[in-house]
Design a binder for this molecule. Structure first.
Ligand SMILES: [Zn+2]
Length: 311
């Protein structure tokens, strides 16, 4: 059987899986990402997890390569991290592809972790069978990817999919994590939803989005307003993107997608308030693969390539 290694390399956790051509995860291993020990330790962890997964595979399994979805902006041509967030100190400039290819003696491909997540959902999750898939995830931040015919549109600099950094009326000029202001992420991310709640309620102790959702469900009007604002803002942006891109399906994932019916109802209202009548039936669906999505998408990178053109 042919399979590939998929790696989901985040700032706090590294997860590795052995994935079939059909997107089935045969085996998994994970460990905390040793981010504070530097890029060498981070890649050592990937290598040991990958070896553990390969070592446990059936003897007739042919491992065709290793795909990596890594935090940060990635130059996929070179397999190098272009820029990184504070969660992985010193990560920028890391030659992820070359180091892993030498250690594992396998072809390696590297993309951004959000792009890997979207590719997994598009190929083997909620977007399976669709040609053009728009994936949007809202959690700590807001981002996603456009996947066309099984390929992520990465953009000239690999930055495509930063849907959290488009103008949003609901954000009302609030400062954004990117240094700008009035962006969607400044109202629709989990931390932003908490900030809105703290302002409205005057209660400075709430720092967890799940607590805002719990209070909303218990009838707290400030909680309900904060959750609805976050959902509606995201929905309006999705509606605008549907008009601009006309995807076959929109997949909504991330931690906030588990926020319940109040958030989803506001999101659907937001979508419907923006999208053109011609696009009223574009499906807006929840993600299907859960935590496996990035592993499955990363593995699909090398399965698709068949090892050609990879290091
Ligand atoms: Zn921004």
């Amino acid at each position: 059987m042919r399979a590939a290694i998929g790696v989901d390399l985040g700032g706090t956790k590294t997860a590795v899986g052995l994935v079939t051509e059909g997107g089935v995860v045969l085996a998994r291993a994970s460990a905390p990402t040793p981010a504070s020990n530097g890029p060498g330790a981070v890649l050592d962890t990937v290598v040991s997890l990958a070896r553990a997964v390969i070592g446990g595979a059936e003897v007739d399994t042919i491992v065709s390569g290793c795909g990596v979805g890594a935090a940060g902006v990635i130059d996929s041509e070179l397999g190098v991290v272009t820029s990184a967030t504070d969660s992985l100190p010193g990560w920028a400039g890391t030659r992820v592809r070359d180091v892993l290819a030498a250690e594992l003696e396998l072809p390696v491909a590297v993309v951004n972790d959000v792009h890997a997540h979207a590719l997994g959902e598009a190929l083997h999750g909620a977007g399976a069978g669709s040609g053009t898939v728009l994936m949007i995830a809202a959690g700590t931040g807001v981002g996603g990817a456009l996947v066309v015919d099984g390929r992520v549109h990465a953009g000239r600099r690999g930055v495509s999919g930063h849907f959290g950094h488009v103008s949003s009326i609901e954000a009302d000029g609030r400062p954004c994590t990117c240094g700008g202001a009035g962006h969607l992420e400044a109202v629709a991310s989990g931390p932003a939803m908490c900030a809105v709640y703290r302002e409205r309620s005057g209660d400075p102790t709430v720092t967890d989005g799940r607590e805002v959702v719990r209070r909303a469900e218990a009838g707290d009007p400030h909680g309900q307003a904060s959750v609805a604002l976050a959902g509606r803002a995201l929905g309006r942006t999705i509606g605008g993107l549907v008009n601009a891109l006309d995807p076959d399906v929109v997949i909504v994932g991330g931690g906030l997608a588990a926020a319940g019916e109040l958030w989803w109802a506001a999101l659907r209202d937001g979508v419907d308030s923006e999208r053109m009548a011609l696009l009223a039936d574009t499906p807006i669906v929840g993600a299907a693969l859960g935590a496996d999505a990035a592993i499955v998408g990363a593995a699909a990178l090398v399965i698709q390539a068949g090892g050609e053109g990879l290091a």
